[in-house]
Write a protein that binds this ligand. Structure first.
Ligand code: PAF
Length: 284
């Protein structure tokens, strides 16, 4: 596995790989969710490239950029064990954002709701860095996780609207044994908070049960999640949503596919999770 830390060295390493190339972009501190995406890429592509870059532009000034967990050596070991061929791990932010950097990719509409309503500049940062990475890496396939469902929808729109010749693939949310969705941010949780964190999955399980019993009313489903969260003093909801899968607008009644999602603060850590109705449906 080759590791490139300087953008100038990347084209030669990329040029040595056989197509089709699969790309797994990450911010590092890898867990089974990332590794499952690398495995998906390995199964269907001739070569696999991963990137490790904690992208500053997707963090608001009030967010956890400096504290974001990092362990490059461990990440590289894990990627090597998955058979990844090439890793792009820029050693400083200036490589991607040189002084005076002022070009942004803004996917309108979709990005103003849910995560975007709570974190107004987040998706501009994500779309910008992903577009830059697509240009640098030039993959034929790209792999993202369903845990960040809105991000995946934004990337799908970005690929379509900017004509990137890239097939987008979605990996399932990978969970701990107690249902907590794997996330690099889980590392921030104290043992007590970690004990409370599976409440997100419990909310989604409950909505899936209600749906199976025939409940279709959006308010009833949203309220049901709110009631579960109210009973957990360590969990502070940011949003609770049952939204149309295309527009991400809140829906009155579930008639087609719907994205059920929630963001909850457990202590200082903001956790997100989601499921698609009808249960078992794909996001795309
Ligand atoms: O999902 C992530 O880890 C990040 O948002 C991504 C796609 C690597 C862009 O920085």
């Amino acid at each position: 596995m080759k590791v490139i830390t300087s953008l100038g060295d990347f084209p030669a390493a990329r040029g040595a790989l056989t197509s089709p190339v699969g790309f797994v972009p990450t911010m590092g501190y890898l867990h089974e969710g990332h590794l499952s995406l690398a495995r998906m890429a390995r199964e269907s592509c001739a070569a696999v490239i991963a990137s490790i870059f904690v992208n500053p532009t997707q963090f608001a000034p009030t967010e956890d950029l400096a504290a974001y967990p990092r362990d490059l050596d461990r990440d590289l070991e894990l990627l090597e064990a998955e058979g990844v061929d090439l890793v792009l791990a820029p050693s400083d932010n200036g490589a991607l954002y040189p002084p005076g950097y002022d070009t942004w990719v803004d996917v309108a509409g979709l990005t103003h709701r849910l995560e975007g309503a709570s974190r107004p500049t987040h998706f501009r940062g994500v779309a910008t860095v992903v577009a830059k990475l697509f240009n640098i890496v030039q993959p034929q396939h790209a792999y993202f996780g369903q845990k960040d469902a809105q991000q995946a929808l934004v990337i799908r729109r970005l690929i379509r609207d900017l004509n990137f010749p890239i097939a987008l693939h979605l990996g399932p949310t990978i969970r701990e044994a107690d249902g907590l969705a794997m996330s690099s941010r889980n590392a921030y949780l104290t043992p007590e908070q970690r004990g409370a964190a599976p409440i997100l999955r419990r909310c989604l399980d409950h909505v899936e049960r209600l749906y199976a019993e025939g409940e279709r009313d959006g308010d009833v489903l949203r309220r049901a999640m709110g009631e579960i969260l109210d009973a957990e003093p360590l969990a502070l909801p940011d949003y609770i949503s049952v939204a149309d899968l295309e527009s991400l607008e809140e829906i009155a009644s579930v008639t087609g596919k719907a994205l059920v999602s929630l963001a909850v603060r457990v202590g200082k850590t903001r956790l997100i999770d989601n499921t698609i109705l009808p249960p078992g449906s794909g996001l795309f």
